[in-house]
Design a protein around this ligand. Sequence first.
Ligand code: SOE
Length: 395
Amino acid sequence: MSAHQPGGPRSELGVAMIGYAFMGAAHSQGWRTAHRFFDLPVRPAMSVICGRTESATKAAADKMGWADWTTDWRQVLNRDDVQVVDICTPGDTHADIAIAALEAGKHVLCEKPLANTVAEAEQMTATAQAAQARGVLSSVGFNYRRTPALAYMRRLVEEGAVGAVRHIRAHYLQDWIVDPEFPLVWRLQKDKAGSGALGDIGAHIVDLSQFLTGQRLTKVSGHHTRFVERRPVAQATSGLSASGGVETGEVTVDDAAVFFGRTDGGALATYEATRFATGRKNAMRIELNGSAGSIAFDFESMNELHVHDGTAPSRDAGFRRILVTEPDHPYTGVWWPPGHGLGYEHTFVHEIADFVRDVAAGTPPAPSFADGLQVQRVLDAVERSSAAGAGWTAV
Ligand code: SOE
């Protein structure tokens, strides 16, 4: 229940979450925890969770701490105890839910990628911009921006630690579908996910590279491919794990994508997104090389940055490891003593803390739907380039 009195201060921000699987669990952790560590102006209230299957939704509500549950997402839009709709469903439902929620006056946090197509993302962005004029806010969940080391990397770039950025080298390497018997989960179906490795994890590195450098891709050249054409139809899924039967179905998305591009700031950027990098679990790596130095990051060592100061005397040259766990690093001060480290889930806690603060202050959160749309345009340009034999394609 919202404690809001008409005309008075709101002490709670009621949230409805749509979806309860991997991202639903990650976001629930954020909603449960953010106000317990961060000093927030309003306290999130986990009002209702929504999913398609009654028994699973009810179980998710109990397990993740939601006060109520429903199987009808439209129903949550009429509730007075809901001010925020958090969309954690596959991409094929993002546009319908986000547009209806914004039009109903609910703030929206939507998982990435923003949509399955540029046309959907454009519609969502137009709706979000109209809603923002009425004080209704929205954001897309590129959670890795909230990794302390990456937030600090951005600060270092802004302070000139790498000088003029010449190279952006971004890889997102996973291996959870290397086994051809791994089932055909929704992330491998174009009608549900929009694209494969490209949209699911390539979207993160496109967003991050632009966030870290402040530069935007203007043209790309790319190629994507599929290594396994058919897989057992999924029977049960949990997080990124699944079991399948004997019946098989067609994989309709890319398994891996490589692309490079030019930015409006003059950098040459290279990207690789794959779920076939055997042995790499969540190796989201990004390295910037510039006129004054370099910075490198790997999510598998997410509390560290490797920084080279190219202006130091050559006898002292080399990459220095910075442990990003000090109280004056982004986000870390509210957590544990230096060196004790954070994990994947904290990126969602930070995302939600930032979102709650922005909603309470009436400040448009970042990344916006417009940022999500721009990423979608990059992904679309990579697909068009791949289809046309990898030539330069404008974003
Ligand atoms: C699967 O590739 C996945 O769960 C992505 O969907 C997430 O965005 C990423 O954070 C981890 O991997």
